[in-house]
Structure formats: structure tokens, C-alpha cells
Design a protein around this ligand. Structure first.
Ligand code: GDP
Length: 212
């Protein structure tokens, strides 16, 4: 998809929404601390280092909205951001860190299960996949959780500036074939780069469409 496929007015409205007011609401470690869903919500999930913080910063046109992944103690929290009083973004803790102890993996799974169970306003989970690596086993586990919860999710490729157009098209094909087997997966894959801005307007427009 390119910019030209979407009405420019829609792209501009989405840009304004995301680069406008964005406020950190809170970070929670347990779902009983979670704020009541008062707006449509979009969550962002992915392996550690997939480029989630960079994508949230690119979406909102900021240097640092996302609390950095390497801030000690913040990595296991769900961080909520209010976008213009219209949309809530939930930054889920990264998973799949190679040396994570088993207890941590269990903790992540439980947090996400509880989160998916309790979020009536959750419209979509953006499942971030590194363009250089494709879908890994830990991503499949996350997909399994969302399939079980019948939670709509969409693959968003990150760092697509690192992959040439040919291999990127091939990767999309491979992922599409895999997604077709998952009931809760959105069929459209968005390729993004936080470095050069590819796909950011399209992702904004997609997410802004959830504003009531
Ligand atoms: P997180 O752990 O998922 O929050 O990942 P970060 O946003 O901290 O990014 C992890 C690493 O990938 C950092 O070194 C970033 O500079 C790099 N990175 C993130 N997004 C991009 C991108 O779009 N293109 C390239 N080339 N590198 C990226």
C-alpha cells in the first residue's frame, strides 16, 4: 500500500491526531491496576528489540513517548498513552528475550492473557515483526494467545528499511500464508520503518479509523 491509496484528508486527520496531545497515563504490572477502558484501545506487542518504542515514537512524531525498553523495572509493565482523548495506546511488554528465565515468560503470558480477557475496548493488537527476522516461535505463542481470546490482531513489519523490496515482498507473502491459518489475524500486513517513515501515515490512518 502507498500513501496514494488513502484519501489525503484521512491521512492528514490521522497525522494531526497522533502528533497532537499524547499523554502517558500509567504503567501497570497487574491487570487490577488497569484503567477502565473509556476509549477505543490499540495495543502493541512484539519481541524485545523489535522496534516497538521507535514505532510508537514515529507514530506520535516524538523523540520519546514510549518509556524506553531499557529503563529498569519498566520492561514488565503495560504502559498506557492517551492520544487526544480519542484513542488509548497500550504498549505491552516485549517478549522473547533470549535469556529470559522461565518465570518471566510465564509472567508475561499471564499478564497478556489477563489483559486480553479484560479489555472490552481493545479494537486491535498490532503484532510487530522485525522485517529481517520474520515470525519466530515466541511470536507464534503470542498469536496463539490472541487466537484463543478471539482478539483481532494485525502484523506490522518493522525496520523495513533494512530489507530490499524483493525479499520484503516475499516475506509478506510467507506471513500472509501463515496468517490465513489464524482466525483472529487481520489479512493486511503493514510494512513500516521508524527510521525513514515508511508506512507510518498508513498505520496512523488505520488506527485512527477506530476513533468513534
Ligand atoms: P523495542 O525493544 O521493541 O522497544 O525496540 P527499540 O525501539 O528500542 O529498537 C531496537 C533497536 O532497533 C534500536 O537499536 C533501534 O535503533 C533499532 N530500530 C528501531 N526501529 C528501526 C527502524 O525502523 N529501522 C532500523 N534500521 N532500525 C530500527
Amino acid at each position: 500500500m502507498t500513501d496514494t491509496d488513502i484519501d489525503p484528508a484521512r491521512l492528514e486527520a490521522a497525522r494531526k491526531l497522533f502528533v497532537g496531545d499524547v499523554d502517558f497515563v500509567l504503567g501497570v504490572r497487574a491487570m487490577d491496576q488497569i484503567p477502565v477502558a473509556s476509549m477505543p484501545e490499540i495495543a502493541f506487542a512484539g519481541r524485545s528489540n523489535v522496534g516497538k518504542s521507535s514505532l510508537l515514537n514515529a507514530l506520535t512524531g516524538r523523540k520519546q513517548i514510549a518509556r524506553t525498553s531499557n529503563t529498569p523495572g519498566r520492561t514488565r509493565e503495560v504502559n498506557f498513552f492517551d492520544v487526544g482523548g480519542k484513542l488509548m495506546l497500550a504498549d505491552l511488554p516485549g517478549y522473547g528475550y533470549a535469556r529470559a528465565p522461565k518465570t518471566e515468560v510465564l509472567g508475561w503470558t499471564q499478564l497478556i492473557e489477563n489483559y486480553l480477557r479484560g479489555r472490552a475496548g481493545l479494537r486491535r493488537v498490532c503484532l510487530l515483526i522485525d522485517s529481517r527476522h520474520g515470525i519466530k516461535e515466541t511470536d507464534r505463542s503470542a498469536m496463539g494467545l490472541m487466537d484463543q481470546a478471539a482478539q483481532n490482531y494485525q502484523v506490522v513489519l518493522t525496520k523495513c528499511d533494512k530489507v530490499k523490496p524483493g525479499p520484503l515482498a516475499k516475506l509478506k507473502e510467507t506471513i500472509s500464508a501463515e496468517l490465513a491459518k489464524h482466525g483472529a489475524a487481520h489479512p493486511v500486513i503493514l510494512a513500516t520503518s521508524s527510521n525513514d517513515g515508511t508506512g507510518i501515515p498508513e498505520l496512523r490512518a488505520e488506527l485512527a479509523s477506530f476513533c468513534d
